[in-house]
Design a protein around this ligand. Sequence first.
Ligand code: IMP
Length: 217
Amino acid sequence: MDDRIVSGHEPEGAENNLDLHRATGSGGPGSGDTVCMASTIYQGLEVLFSRQQIAERVAQMGAQITHDLEGEKLVMIGVLKGAAPFLADLSRAIQVDATFDFVATSSYGKGQRSSGAVKLVKDLDHSIEGKNVLVVEDILDTGLTLSYLRKIFMQQHPKSLRIATLLDKPSRRIEKIDADYVGFSIPNLFVIGYGMDYAERYRNLPDICIMPPGHPE
Ligand code: IMP
């Protein structure tokens, strides 16, 4: 029985995205899991991707990145705060000599809407000149954040720059940008958990859940 909350605001074509998840065996809505955690705080939240589905997909991404960067050194740049759990798991699935750095940008503030402007709140600790860079992001939405970061990182002339995002919402794109590695492509839903927040909450949910539509911002 499907007792999921009806999201009600998927864009046209959303069904195709969902079918793609099933076709590629990477899980997705309706794949069996229903509710995040047993706590009453999380009651009623629909699971979009379970921790098992995330772990499987992250392992696949790690294997691909290992293959692509065999014999090279890598700087993994996490975009705080949302990418922290993904970077932690992805890095352990990558078998190349890697170091970490982190940046923080301002974007969503307390609500679900982007202000449109991206500002660097925390810069890199070390130069990436001549380095292989993997930018690690939780979710690629409008593309404003990653377009901005790619631009400022390229000014340092890295040897290579790749982008890994766990989630991609292509229907929301404003800036033209694609990630080299995408965990799951999703329709226009606001999601929480596995690092992703709503007003700084829910980042520690082990599953990725759908924020019910109509939630006050
Ligand atoms: P972009 O600049 O619009 O691509 O947004 C990137 C950032 O927006 C992500 O790193 C997230 O912090 C935030 N974001 C976008 N969509 C969601 C969502 O569904 N849930 C939580 N955060 C989101």
